[in-house]
Each structure stands twice: as structure tokens, then as C-alpha cells.
Design a binder for this molecule. Structure first.
Ligand code: NOJ
Ligand code: CA
Length: 683
């Protein structure tokens, strides 16, 4: 069998070694290699050990030593030991595809693929498919139909990432009560326990690596579990009963991804995750609308209003009109209204079963407000907080989305506030089960909401989501999500987000996709500069966030009165777009600082956002990205000479100056400060 199969072996740079002439599969050991188009990154796969293994090299540097591959099932033999390479195929793709919206309009997908089939003496087979791009590697498991594996339950995955050296790492803990909402830790690789992905590290040679996954559909997310030394192992998030994945053959896992770059900004400029996702499956998605929104939101977080009914109820008809007027006056696209529906009274965190998604509170006139918004050229942004009671939500989802569709709502923010492992669902027998936000059950549940919404031309912004794996490429109405500590933690988090937080996010959470962080707080210290809960940034850094933290929808999160009392700074929020044709990270180090330049989609203006951690910093950049044949006016919003986040966060310099391509700019940032620049193209 091996001999016939091996005739299908054409690898790009394959080394095939037959150790003996015996005809049984196990007598052969084979080693295959596939490299990136630029030849710097290489994956080598071998069956010359107890288990199938792969290793990764980047130029002269070994990134991963021989690392196990394999799957473990409840009733089948383990796919690993005794499996030998029985066939392999290669392919090269070099394409460019277009994003309907995004941080760039065109994305190049150039990779070499090596698919390897492993087989054991009993005739079980599985394929591991590797795609090697210049910016990283993806690989996934594929199991074909087989008479014994109609229904399968995966109980473990054996994939390892055996790092060759210790490294500096940035991470949040996994399988914790607060889902993905933790402050990032910086430690040695050899000190971590169990972490979420994207998991980012820097090797002693300065190479930056991030482990994550792409195209997670009908499968469990994985976290990373440290084994001995510097070896990590995939740890699939279980169902309530401990099984990791319930499926039937044929099936495939999501892609395990390894982004590799010479420096920190290389990670930010990588398109690996999107490239490993399937093309758009929704057809015409011109109805998915990037844009900016305001809303009845921060007022609740700073205790001025409540979600529930009573004197302080935020979502009243009158208050919503006030926000619609404000949005119309300043050209915002949407007005988010939280707390409009019955069910918030009492302890809403634990009351998920009583939410109605169609019944407004009596003081909220939905049809009248929808009409009022429409007259003013603004859309209501819908809100569904489930508090993790997903069966209650699923039972109402058709009616709820129908209602919003009828009201002209094009975007819904959903919420799944529940502790990790405490999503509540009622199974087919009426038994309550508790699930994780990132297990297979919830991977499917979130996608169900996306598909139901798509039928009605509605986009979804998921809070307390499953981590992003690039599914916006396939389902472009999955417009944004949370999935990390956002601005809200500054209102009530103990502790709030530290100055470093947004200098870590670009290199970690943001590698997975857009985030609805909700930037733009102007009253940085509602309880006083020295209260625990305040925003630990300067004002200029709040503006920089609009460029740094990519999302096609961005909120102006603060209260209207705080914007109207600082119109010069508000100007930047009004100007900055949320849809781009080009994006590039110009400078940065993980957890220290970052500078991005982005070009407005369908226009000639460029924008720059830079921010720093607790350290003041001067960063030199060059305006090489600008069009050489144009003159621009630079509109700069930067920290004042004496600004610092703690005692003097508001001091800001706003000025205009002509600029051309190729000039050097010195960006001066205060402690936890930032800079935002519009490069306005001159006619
Ligand atoms: C958590 C969300 O992140 C936040 O934005 C929202 O206000 C609350 N849940 C209530 O739904
Ligand atoms: Ca730092």
C-alpha cells in the first residue's frame, strides 16, 4: 500500500527517506519539508519517532523542536502512535482577494501547502494540512469518512508547540471565570500555566511569534497548556460532560496558526488569520455598514443611569431622542440603546432567563424612536444582553431579529455576560447544562446568531464573545466583538486597565480581529484624578485609540456633554474614518508602544495613531506612506509638554502644518500618552 500511495508524493522541497525495502508501512520513516514562498520559514514533518511530529525553522533559528501531532478519541485508537506517512500532496497559491470592509482593501494570499496523510496498520487515516506563508504557518487535522468513525468524540488533542528556547511572553490566563477579560501578564514562557490565544512571545534572537487559530467552526477552541519546560500543548475547551468535540467524519479542525516575524510590527502587519479563512459565504454584503456610533451606555457604567426601570432609567424615549439629535448633529451613523427591553430589573447578571428581546420597557417607544431616527438620518443600534442564558435567547431570536429588521436596525450588539463555564442552556431533554464561552457548543451558538442576522441584513457586534478566528472573512456581518478588557473596566474595574493595556492589545488580542473597545472618553476621571476608577491615559491617547485599535465600528463612548465641552479635540473623532484601504504598523514593541498609519477607504487622507505605556517616549517615523505627488496638511493632536496621565491628562497641543511624503516626524508622547494625526490631502 505504501508504494502505490507514495507515487502521489510530489513535495516542493521534500526529502523522502526509505530506511528499508520492507513493504509494511511501519518499516518506513519519512521526513517532508515545506517552506514559505520567501524560503525563510520551514516546516518539517516526520514519522520517524513514536508519533508524527513537526518542527519549525525561521532562517537559521529553530522555533519549534520536534512537536507531537495527534488526536485522541473516546472509542477509537489514538491517532498518533503507529501512524506513518502514507501519502502527501503539495500545492502553491498566489492570489489577491478583496475585503468588503477592513483594515486593508486587498490582501495577498501566497503560500506553499503540504498535505500529509498518516495511516496506521489497522487502516485508520488522517491528514494534516500545512500552509506556509511568509508571515506564518497554519495547519489543521482532517479526518475522512471511515466505517468505524461515523460518530466521533474527541477527548484530547496532542498537538504540541515545543519551543526551542525560553522566551518573553504576553498572555492572559485561560479557563478562568472572567473569560478573556484579564490584564495581560509578561513572563517567561517557562513560567506560564494555561493561556488563551493569541499567545505572543519574543525569542532571545528577537523573533516574534504568536500562536492562535483560524476558522473555528463547529469545533472547540483551544487554549495552551504548558507541559515540561518550554513545550506547550493544545487544550481543547470541553463540553459540560468533558468531551471536547462531538462530530462525525468527515471533519476538520480549525487551523492551528503560528505567526512568525522579525520584529513586533511584523506581527501587526500579518494577514495569516484572514488568509486561512474561507471566502465570503454571504454573497452581496453591501448592507454591512462600517461607521461610528454613540449611545446610552457609559452613563450606566459610571452610575448616572441604570439599565433597569426607575428614576434613573437610561433608555427612555426622551433620552434616546436626545442621543439621536446629538448623533444627527455630528453625523454619527448609529445610536446604541442598552436597557430598552424588559428583564433588567433585579440582578441582571443572574437573570438571563427573564429577558424579553421583543418587549420594550413602557417608557421606551421603539417604533416612534425608529421613525425619529430615520427622519434624522441615524439608525438605532440594537442591544441584546443574554446574561449567558442562551436557550432563552435562541427561543426568541427569530422574533427579536424580525422586530429589529422591521424597525430599520442594521446592527445589534449582543452580550453573553456569564462566568466562564457558566453559559446556561437547556438540552433536548429539558436538562440545564453549563458550557464555556469557547467550547464547541458556543462556537455554534455564536455562529447561529450571525447567520440568523445575515438573513435580515443585520450585523452583529458580540460582547463576551468566543475569541475571533477571522470568521469576518466568511461572514462579513460579524462586524466586531469584545473579547478582552475594554474601556468599561476604567469605569468600575478593580483595578482599571493599566497604562500598558492598550500597548499590549495590538500584539495580542488584536491579532485575532477587530475589537469594540469603545474609545474616546473625554472626562477621564469622573470620580477625581486620584480615584481608583478613572481612565489611566491622557486625552490624546484616547484619540489615538481610534487608529490603533482597529474596528469597522467605533463608538464615541463618552457622554455628549463631555464632547461638546471640548470641541477642538472632538474634531478628531468626527473626522476619523473606520474603513481603510491600507494599514501599516510603523513602529512598536510589545507592551511598550505602537504607531499605525492607515489610509481612508475611497479617499486620499491618511491617519496616524501612536500610543505608549507608562513611559513617556519619543518615536521617530518617516511619512514614506504618503503619496509622493501630493501635499498634505497634518492636523496633529498630541500630548502637551507637561502632560502625563496621572496628574495632567488633558494638556494637549492641536496644530496644523504642511507635510509631504518622506519627511521625518518626531512623535512625542507623555506617560500613558499618545498622538493622533490626520494627513489631509490637499487638492
Ligand atoms: C458587557 C458589555 O461589554 C457592556 O458593553 C454592556 O454594557 C454590558 N455587558 C451590559 O450588556
Ligand atoms: Ca511596558
Amino acid at each position: 500500500m505504501f508504494n502505490t500511495r507514495s507515487s502521489r508524493l510530489f513535495t516542493l522541497s521534500a526529502v523522502s527517506i526509505a530506511l528499508t525495502g520492507l513493504s509494511t508501512i511501519s518499516a518506513y520513516a519519512e521526513t517532508l519539508t515545506v517552506s514559505s514562498p520567501d524560503k525563510r520559514l520551514a516546516v518539517t514533518v516526520t514519522d520517524d519517532n513514536d508519533n508524527p511530529q513537526y518542527s519549525v525553522h525561521f532562517g537559521q533559528e529553530t522555533i519549534l523542536n520536534a512537536s507531537r501531532l495527534g488526536l485522541n478519541f473516546k472509542t477509537l485508537p489514538e491517532f498518533g502512535p503507529d501512524f506513518k506517512i502514507s501519502a502527501s500532496w503539495t500545492e502553491t497559491q498566489n492570489d489577491t482577494w478583496e475585503q468588503p470592509w477592513g483594515e486593508k482593501q486587498y490582501i495577498r494570499s501566497h503560500y506553499n501547502e503540504l498535505a500529509i496523510e498518516f495511516e496506521n496498520p489497522q487502516g485508520y487515516e488522517f491528514i494534516v494540512r500545512f500552509r506556509v506563508f511568509d508571515d506564518g504557518i497554519g495547519f489543521r487535522y482532517e479526518v475522512s469518512p471511515h466505517k468505524n468513525i461515523a460518530q466521533v468524540e474527541i477527548v484530547d488533542e496532542e498537538t504540541e508547540f515545543a519551543f526551542a528556547t525560553d522566551a518573553t511572553t504576553w498572555w492572559i490566563p485561560a479557563r478562568g471565570w472572567n473569560r478573556y477579560e484579564y490584564i495581560y501578564e509578561t513572563t517567561q514562557l517557562s513560567e506560564i500555566d494555561r493561556v488563551h490565544t493569541p499567545f505572543t512571545l519574543k525569542t532571545p534572537a528577537g523573533t516574534h511569534v504568536a500562536i492562535h487559530e483560524a476558522a473555528l467552526v463547529d469545533y472547540a477552541a483551544f487554549t495552551l497548556d504548558r507541559r515540561r519546560g518550554t513545550t506547550l500543548k493544545t487544550d481543547l475547551t470541553p463540553w459540560y460532560d468533558g468531551i471536547k468535540v462531538k462530530t462525525s467524519a468527515p471533519f476538520k479542525s480549525s487551523w492551528r496558526t503560528i505567526q512568525v516575524a522579525d520584529d513586533a510590527t511584523g506581527l501587526l502587519n500579518s494577514d495569516l488569520i484572514l488568509n486561512l479563512n474561507e471566502p465570503n459565504k454571504l454573497g452581496d454584503v453591501s448592507w454591512v455598514e462600517p461607521g461610528k456610533y454613540v449611545g446610552i451606555w457609559w452613563a450606566m457604567h459610571v452610575n448616572e443611569k441604570t439599565w433597569g426601570s426607575g428614576d434613573k432609567h437610561g433608555a427612555t424615549t426622551e433620552e434616546t431622542k436626545r442621543y439621536i439629535d446629538f448623533a444627527a448633529k455630528y453625523n454619527f451613523d448609529g445610536v446604541l440603546v442598552e436597557g430598552w427591553n424588559e428583564g433588567w430589573d433585579g440582578s441582571w447578571f443572574h437573570n438571563g432567563d427573564v429577558f424579553s428581546f421583543t418587549q420594550p420597557y413602557p417608557d421606551f417607544d421603539l417604533p416612534a424612536l425608529a421613525q425619529y431616527a430615520q427622519q434624522k438620518g441615524v439608525r438605532l443600534v440594537g442591544h441584546h444582553e443574554t446574561s449567558g442564558s442562551v436557550s432563552n435567547y435562541r427561543n426568541q431570536i427569530q422574533d427579536a431579529y424580525d422586530l429589529y429588521e422591521k424597525m430599520g436596525v442594521r446592527q445589534i450588539k449582543t452580550g453573553y455576560v456569564a462566568d466562564g463555564g457558566d453559559i446556561k442552556r437547556v438540552d433536548d431533554n429539558g436538562v440545564v447544562r453549563h458550557e464555556w464561552h469557547d467550547g464547541q457548543f458556543m462556537a455554534n451558538e455564536y455562529l447561529h446568531s450571525i447567520l440568523e442576522a445575515a438573513k435580515r441584513k443585520i450585523s452583529i457586534n458580540t460582547h463576551e464573545p468566543i475569541k475571533d478566528t477571522g470568521l469576518r472573512r466568511t461572514y462579513p456581518n460579524w462586524i466586531s466583538r469584545e473579547g478582552a478588557r475594554g474601556q468599561e473596566f476604567n469605569a468600575w474595574g478593580s483595578p482599571p486597565n493599566p497604562p500598558e493595556h492598550t500597548a499590549v492589545l495590538p500584539y495580542t488580542r488584536m491579532l485575532s480581529g477587530p475589537m469594540d473597545f469603545t474609545p474616546g472618553i473625554f472626562n477621564l476621571a469622573p470620580y477625581g484624578l486620584h480615584a481608583e476608577n478613572r481612565v489611566q491615559t491622557t486625552l490624546a491617547k484616547q484619540l489615538a485609540l481610534y487608529v490603533v485599535l482597529y474596528s469597522p465600528i467605533q463608538m464615541a463612548a463618552d457622554l455628549p456633554r463631555h464632547y461638546e465641552s471640548n470641541m477642538p479635540a472632538f474634531r478628531f473623532i468626527l473626522d476619523v474614518p473606520t474603513d481603510w484601504s491600507h494599514s501599516m504598523a510603523l513602529a512598536g514593541e510589545v507592551g511598550d508602544y505602537v504607531v499605525f498609519a492607515r489610509k481612508e477607504r475611497g479617499a486620499e487622507d491618511w491617519y496616524l495613531g501612536g500610543l505608549t505605556d507608562e513611559n513617556a517616549r519619543v518615536v521617530e517615523i518617516s511619512t514614506d506612506f504618503l503619496d509622493k505627488n501630493r501635499l498634505y496638511e497634518m492636523q496633529v493632536y498630541q500630548d502637551g509638554a507637561r502632560a502625563d496621565w496621572l496628574n495632567n491628562p488633558y494638556e494637549m497641543e492641536i496644530y496644523r502644518k504642511p507635510v509631504r511624503a518622506g519627511q521625518k516626524l518626531t512623535l512625542r508622547m507623555a506617560k500613558s500618552g499618545g498622538v493622533a494625526i490626520r494627513f489631509k490631502a490637499q487638492k
